[in-house]
Design a protein around this ligand. Structure first.
Ligand code: GLY
Length: 572
């Protein structure tokens, strides 16, 4: 009897945790630290949320393919990971079919038709702090719903409604908040209140506590409209009206025409080789793909394996490559529909070799001596990535974002979803230093209908013509270097997928001329050697949350979820 009472109390207190545990029993779980994960042969989903990963896995088990699962995960993340998962934001998808066909989908947000180059400047021409960051004016035209519709139309197998159902249930019935989410929401309380005076489901009287259920009835209603009407359920009718009303409340500029005209764009993947591996990645308006291939090419000729993981020569080489590539990125990259990105020149092998030729092993190259250009301003790091492979071997790599954590911090009244603040990814004032002393590029100046430059780097690798890795991460400007390091950790340093994801990271982005390191990324001996050559090394908090899948030599899928977050891989 006592046992039953104890069980009841336990269920009441820990009910959601228990349900969660039961939900995931029989599947793989998150692997902390450096452990080999088991291999699975029928499919794998890795995302920032255990609930979203479970949604994806269930779709695979129902016979859905990787794109079906990706659509379901994108909508589920909009519910269970509201700081970056979204329907009010945008993103990029890299796809590789089991037979090796590749494609990418650009569902990046766009500036509204009445956006203008100087819209975030004051009368004296100085950037107005926070204007591009918070509130309705910070939002670009959302691309995620159009993107998911386009992905499903081209590659989906299961009915559209089936893919929306899990997200609707999670929104309506609620899900238990993790400790990390509770901390974020409580920290954001005052700002949420200020920017949402009529309330939002993300606000609670008093403080949120771990395992509190977050129910989002308005969001459930919006998802039902998308389920029933496809893109018209978002870009037209009730939800479009609600977005326009929201714009009016906060001096936003998006119009019904902006919404109706938004189109996701299929773009040819960028590909390049690193040793025996083919890298399939995202073209502009992401800078990520070009930069990743440039980085890999820059270090390819050197004996990284012999030097070893995170040893001084390895770090020095990678940092010198990063310095040069980020300098290029700042000048030459923008929306290819508006700016002629010199893609072929940047990806030319000789060009990369030439760029590395002035590098001196005896000392750090000052960034002031690297003249390629001007860098975009600070970037927000609260994006999210998910990787999926299905039974047939089709692979999807999606990175999606609202930009800052909780985007513009404005939930569309009545519709229950957050607006992005992606306009801040433009160079708010091209040619002049921003508040961080960085200079924005002309290629990424604001223009009506233009997409803002991104660092998102969803990527898939092949080896011997077969799928090898699916990888990506959030992290703003650190996205590219986190993906770069994860790939090298596996290929050069023989780490398994989880070791490669868990490994401590470092980052250099040309300006500021500093190597940022996670705690423990570079040991004291190697640090001293680098500092003696003039490198400035500064500790900082966690970088990125890489969620990746490796196809092993045995033919199974090995998932890796980043221990920096609540991320989880699930395979079957
Ligand atoms: N908003 C982050 C990125 O697109 O890179």
């Amino acid at each position: 009897m006592q046992r039953i009472i104890k069980l009841r109390v336990f269920l009441k207190v820990n009910g959601w945790m228990l349900i969660t545990a039961l939900l995931f029993s029989g599947c793989a779980s998150k692997q902390q630290g450096h452990q080999n994960s088991k291999e699975y042969h029928n499919g794998m989903v890795v995302s920032a949320s255990p609930f979203a990963s479970k949604v994806g896995l269930d779709i695979l088990k129902k016979g859905g393919n990787a794109v079906d699962a990706a659509v379901a995960v994108q909508f589920a993340l909009a519910v269970v990971y509201p700081n970056a998962g979204n329907i009010g934001g945008g993103g990029f998808m890299v796809y590789r079919s089991a037979s090796g066909e590749t494609n990418t989908l650009d569902f990046r947000e766009k500036a509204g038709a009445s956006a203008s180059r100087d819209m975030y400047l004051d009368a004296a021409g100085a950037p107005i702090v926070d204007k591009s960051l918070y509130g309705q004016l910070a939002a670009g035209v959302p691309g995620s719903v159009a993107g998911m519709v386009a992905a499903h139309e081209k590659y989906g197998k299961l009915p559209w409604a089936t893919l929306l159902e899990p997200a609707i249930l999670l929104a309506r019935n609620g899900f238990p908040l993790s400790a990390q989410q509770v901390g974020e929401l409580n920290n954001l309380h005052d700002q949420l209140l200020k920017l949402n005076p009529d309330g939002t489901a993300l606000l609670k009287d008093g403080k949120w506590a771990t395992s509190d259920l977050l129910k989002q009835e308005e969001l459930a209603g919006t998802l039902e409209l998308i389920r029933d009407q496809g893109r018209a359920g978002f870009y037209e009718g009730k939800v479009a009206d609600q977005i326009i009303q929201e714009m009016k409340r906060g001096a936003g500029i998006l119009t019904k025409t902006d919404l109706q005209q938004y189109q996701a764009v299929w773009r040819k993947a960028i590909t390049g080789n690193y040793k025996d591996y083919k890298v399939i990645t995202m073209p502009p308006p992401s800078s990520g793909g070009i930069a990743l291939i440039q980085l890999l090419r820059s270090v390819e000729a050197y004996p990284l394996k012999r030097w070893g993981f995170q040893q001084d020569s390895t770090v020095q080489l990678m940092v010198e490559a990063e310095r040069r590539v980020y300098a290029d990125r700042a000048t030459h990259l923008g929306d290819p529909d508006f700016y002629k990105v010199p893609q072929a020149a940047l990806l030319d092998e000789q060009y990369t070799k030439d760029r590395m030729s002035n590098f001196d092993w005896s000392k750090a190259t000052p960034s002031a001596n690297i003249k390629a250009g001007k860098i975009n301003g600070k970037e927000h790091e609260e994006t999210t990535h998910f990787s999926i492979v299905d039974k047939a071997g089709n692979a999807v790599s999606i990175t999606t974002t609202l930009n800052g954590s909780y985007g513009a911090v404005v939930a569309v009244k009545g519709a229950g979803f957050l607006l992005n603040n992606e306009m801040d990814d433009f160079s708010v004032k091209p040619g002049a230093p921003n508040m961080y002393g960085l200079v924005g590029g002309e290629a990424n100046a604001i223009a009506p209908g233009k997409r803002m430059l991104s660092s998102m780097t969803p990527t898939i690798l092949e080896n011997d013509g077969k799928l090898f890795m699916v990888v990506g991460t959030p992290g703003g400007s650190t996205i590219i270097t986190s993906v770069f390091q994860t790939i090298l950790n596996v290929i050069e340093f023989d780490q398994d997928m989880q070791q490669a994801v868990s490994a401590k990271r470092f980052h250099h982005q040309w300006l500021p001329d500093v190597i940022y390191t996670e705690s423990g990324a570079i040991d004291a001996v190697n640090r001293a050697k680098l500092e003696a050559k003039g490198y400035i090394i500064e500790p900082r908090g966690p970088m990125g949350r890489v969620d990746a899948i490796l196809k092993t030599k045995q033919g199974g899928y090995q998932g890796a979820a980043d221990p920096r977050g609540d991320d989880q891989w699930l395979g079957w």
